[in-house]
Design a protein around this ligand. Structure first.
Ligand SMILES: Cc1cc2nc3c(=O)[nH]c(=O)nc-3n(C[C@H](O)[C@H](O)[C@H](O)COP(=O)(O)O)c2cc1C
Length: 242
């Protein structure tokens, strides 16, 4: 078990294929899920269910679902991109553009009026869901709303707490993880619900791949803001760190 500060710093997104022949052990899966279950949730609502998929044929079926990005994603994603490491170091937020297929990088490449089929063609060679021996899908039941929470903001934060606990436990066990939001898009969600007999009232909150890298890991630049960039002392204008 790593010290908590090391663990937090070592947790990272691994956007590479995981070895489908190297399973995550049942003991590790249990530890990961227990970590998730002990996450804080608003009103202790525990407003989530987790679907584990380790049947490789089923994972392949999920991978075959086309996940074209929405126009909104393309446009808003573009704003978070850095086109060089130097740029990312300077900005301290966002991600490197090299993570994404070229077709996502220029918002004008996919104009508003473009047909869905064309957008699918543009992204057909890009798999957001890379191979893995284990896929977990976190389901969210919007009717289990945290009391008095507009838009169930608190319920959604709670799912984030579950995700982080899981991610930290996976990291501490030497298991790699990659979060995938796109399975929550309406088309993918409907297909997955049908495939896995998920009751209609659930929404897919988030999904993640777990496993061990199939190849070597290249170090990608990860940045964070300095503490003084987001802290305010006794007054919004006040600095805690000088
Ligand atoms: C709610 C949430 C959704 C995310 N969705 C995706 C995703 O769809 N694809 C992806 O590659 N990474 C996704 N990520 C990972 C973030 O991009 C990543 O955590 C961030 O860039 C910081 O990098 P790090 O995880 O290596 O520290 C998501 C993370 C969170 C918390």
């Amino acid at each position: 078990m790593q010290a908590i500060n090391e663990l937090i710093r070592n947790r990272k997104s691994l956007r590479i294929p995981f070895d489908i022949n190297r399973k995550v052990s049942p003991e590790n899966i249990k530890q990961i899920l227990e970590a998730g279950s002990w996450a804080p949730t608003a009103h202790n609502m525990q407003n989530f269910e987790i679907l584990l998929i380790d049947d490789l044929a089923k994972i392949e079926e999920v991978r075959s679902i086309s996940l074209p990005p929405s126009q909104t994603f393309i446009q808003e994603n573009y704003l978070q991109l850095s086109f060089s490491e130097e740029d990312l170091r300077r900005k301290r937020t966002g991600v490197l553009a090299t993570m994404f297929p070229k077709s996502w990088l220029t918002p004008t490449l996919i104009p508003e009026n473009r047909q869905k089929e064309e957008a699918e063609q543009l992204t057909e060679n890009h798999h957001q869901l890379l191979p893995c021996p284990l896929l977990m899908i976190v389901l969210y039941n919007p009717s289990r709303r945290a009391p008095g929470s507009e838009g169930d903001f608190l319920g959604i934060i709670s799912i984030g707490c579950v995700l982080e606990n899981i991610w930290l436990m996976a990291t501490s066990l030497g298991i790699s993880m990659h979060v995938i939001s796109a399975l929550g898009n309406q088309i993918a969600e409907n297909k997955i619900k049908e495939m896995f007999a998920i009751p209609a009232y659930f929404k897919i909150a988030i999904a993640f791949r777990l496993g061990y890298p199939a190849g070597s890991i290249s170090d990608t630049l990860r940045v964070r803001r300095d503490l003084h960039d987001f802290t305010h002392h006794n007054n919004f204008k006040g600095n805690y760190f000088h």
